[in-house]
Design a protein around this ligand. Structure first.
Ligand code: C2E
Ligand code: MG
Ligand code: MG
Length: 580
């Protein structure tokens, strides 16, 4: 039943109609499982009803019962192909139709014939009379070339082709194509902590969740690493893309169970539409990528649709990046110091908090520029500067006061952290036990074993280590078991609603008990009211930090603050204690 490759739109003498419903289903199933033809049958709604197993081997996930014809052959959205196809569909005689092809691709044609229920297609498999075995081999190679081995999804190459085809076909019955770029949140930490095997399993499970969310007209690709993409064709937009994105985000809320361990990995999604956000693949991908970036910076685990104002944000960030490179040399970075208070009223030290005074924008908080500095590889150098600067400042204070300095993951990764710290202590001439280094759990997630070594070495030097922002990230208790922490800092998230939220109270109370049981001191961050302070003191919290006790101050103001000791912060706490 192989058609002759008879050129564009050439009429054929073959019968133009067969009645699939009258063929014995078992026989048909047998035929479809074994035929070497790339055969597919569609109903009057252009939906796939029957197909040869080989077709699935070739086109993968696009081939599912109910798939629209243009998902398998997007070329049918192309005006010329469509007209020719519709002619057959509307009862015309069968025809061989040459498909438009992208550069470098071999010519492809399909044989289209009417059936009693709709239409059938047999794809021509090229010239040269391959043997069945060669055909099989050819198909396997084709599958490998177009599919990702790990997840079975179509690969980057196929993605590029399909996107191009989809965009070329726009303007037909469905005016839009949607591209969804999907990126897993925290994939890197899973890979780094649980190993690459677990990372691979996660990618497979993630691919499965994406695949399960798909409907007609949607096809999924693994684009790179932990980046996936879905192309939607022939859909009502933007509603359908937004619906799918919502489904996908939700599908990633449940934990993935890997080797028995539940792992939470969310997904962030960027959406762009062709032709309005891009008329070629590259443009559209760039737009979706910018939207994805917006989703990531909006807190991850969400979807964003591209809009022009995102370009503006990107440009601003670009500008920030450029000026950050020279901020240190130009003396635009400076440090503020926030007091750490031990009840009832002693100032025991200060936390160094970095600031950037931008000549045009003004003061930029660290939450904005530190991620940029980290991404740009500047944080190692900046971090070193902060440490040295803060140590020098501390020398101007009474010798019982400590200085706490935040470390970024980048400083750990550089591998020379302990040397750097030792050199700075030496150069400045400060006692190591006056220094406290604050790290967050993100530091521990990467290269865990090396990091234990680093922390131990710092400990041996006499430096104290605190675990910052405890309670917000993984809060894994194994860190508390394996790392020599001196202090645990409870994140302000739990402190801010301490007065009204019984759950926060229970959590904070338990963290304090837990830490004390392990011989670790506890600091509460973000104490803003006297009621919070009182509650924490009653619960035996060792140290308080927050605007109620003292806001971060410049170097000079800090010295004044110390001189006015017992400080304002100390006094505020004393008064609130008296009110008990
Ligand atoms: P962090 O280490 O948890 O610092 C405490 C943050 O809480 C500071 O924000 C501080 O200004 C703020 N804060 C203190 N008391 C209160 C309060 O009563 N209410 C509220 N709402 N906030 C309060 P800041 O200075 O914006 O710093 C944010 C984060 O940036 C820091 O969180 C730290 O993770 C990071 N950071 C700051 N300086 C450095 C640095 O030199 N190196 C590194 N790697 N990270 C830094
Ligand atoms: Mg800190
Ligand atoms: Mg903190």
């Amino acid at each position: 039943m192989r058609p002759e490759a008879s050129g564009v739109g050439t009429k054929s003498e073959k019968p133009s109609s067969i009645d699939v419903s009258r063929v014995d289903e078992a026989l048909l199933a047998d035929l479809l499982a074994n035929t070497t033809e790339l055969l597919s049958l569609y109903n009057r709604d252009f939906r796939l009803t029957h197909y040869a197993a080989r077709l699935k081997g070739l086109y993968g996930d696009a081939v599912v019962p109910g798939a629209a014809i243009w998902e398998i052959y997007p070329s049918f959205l192309d005006t010329r192909c469509r007209d020719e196809f519709l002619r057959v569909f509307q009862g015309g005689s069968a025809a061989s139709i040459e498909l438009p092809r992208s550069s470098g691709e071999a010519p492809r044609s399909v044989f289209v014939f009417g059936t009693a229920n709709g239409v059938g297609i047999i794809e021509s498999q090229g010239q040269g009379g391959r043997s069945a075995a060669e055909e099989q081999e050819h198909l396997i190679l084709l599958h490998q070339a177009t599919h990702d081995v790990l997840t079975g999804l179509q690969n980057r190459r196929r993605f590029g082709e399909r996107l191009q085809e989809a965009l070329a076909a726009i303007g037909g019955p469905k005016p839009k194509a949607a591209l969804l770029q999907i990126d897993l949140d925290d994939f890197k930490s899973v890979n780094d902590t649980l190993g690459h095997g677990a990372g691979d399993t996660l990618l497979q499970l993630a691919a499965g969740r994406i695949r399960d969310a798909l409907q007609d007209g949607e096809s999924a690709y693994r684009y790179a690493g932990d980046e996936f993409a879905v192309i939607q064709l022939g859909k009502e937009q933007p509603v359908e893309a937004e619906r799918l994105a919502g489904t996908l985000v939700k599908a990633f809320k449940d934990p993935f169970v890997i080797n028995g361990i539940p792992v939470f990995v969310g997904s962030s999604i960027g959406i762009a539409f062709g032709p309005e956000h891009g008329t070629d693949g590259e443009q559209l991908m760039k737009a979706a990528d910018i939207a994805l970036y917006a989703a990531k910076t909006d807190g991850r685990g969400c979807a964003r649709t591209f809009n022009r104002s995102m370009l503006l944000l990107l440009e601003q960030r670009e500008n920030l990046r450029r000026s950050l490179r020279t901020a240190l040399e130009r003396g635009e970075l400076y440090i503020e110091y926030q007091p750490l208070i031990r009840p009832p009223s002693s100032v025991i030290g200060f936390e160094a908090l970095l600031r950037w005074r931008h000549p045009e924008i003004g003061i930029i908080p660290p939450s904005v520029f530190i991620p940029i500095a980290e991404a740009d590889g500047l944080m190692d150098e900046i971090g070193r500067w902060v440490l040295e600067q803060a140590c020098r400042q501390a020398l101007a204070w009474p010798s019982w006061l400590t200085v706490a300095v935040n470390l970024s993951p980048a400083q750990f990764l550089s591998g020379s952290l302990t040397d750097t710290v030792a050199q700075i202590i030496d150069a400045v001439g400060i006692r190591a036990d006056r220094i406290e280094l604050e790290i967050t759990e993100t530091v521990l997630l990467e290269k865990t074993i090396d990091n234990i070594d680093t922390l131990n070495t710092l400990n041996v030097l006499g430096i104290r280590i605190s675990l910052d922002d405890f309670g917000t990230y993984y809060s894994s208790l194994s860190y508390l078991k394996n790392f020599p922490f001196d202090t645990l800092k409870i994140d302000q998230y739990f402190i801010k609603d301490l007065e009204i939220d019984l759950k926060s109270q229970t959590i904070v109370r338990s963290i304090i008990k837990l830490a004390h049981g392990l011989g670790i001191s506890v600091t509460a961050e973000g104490v803003e009211t006297s009621a919070q302070a009182r509650w924490l003191v009653e619960e035996h919290c060792d140290c308080l930090q927050g605007n109620f006790l003292g806001v971060p101050l410049g170097a000079e103001a800090t010295s004044d603050f110390i001189r006015r000791s017992p400080s304002k912060g100390g006094r505020a706490l004393e008064e609130s204690n008296r009110a008990l």
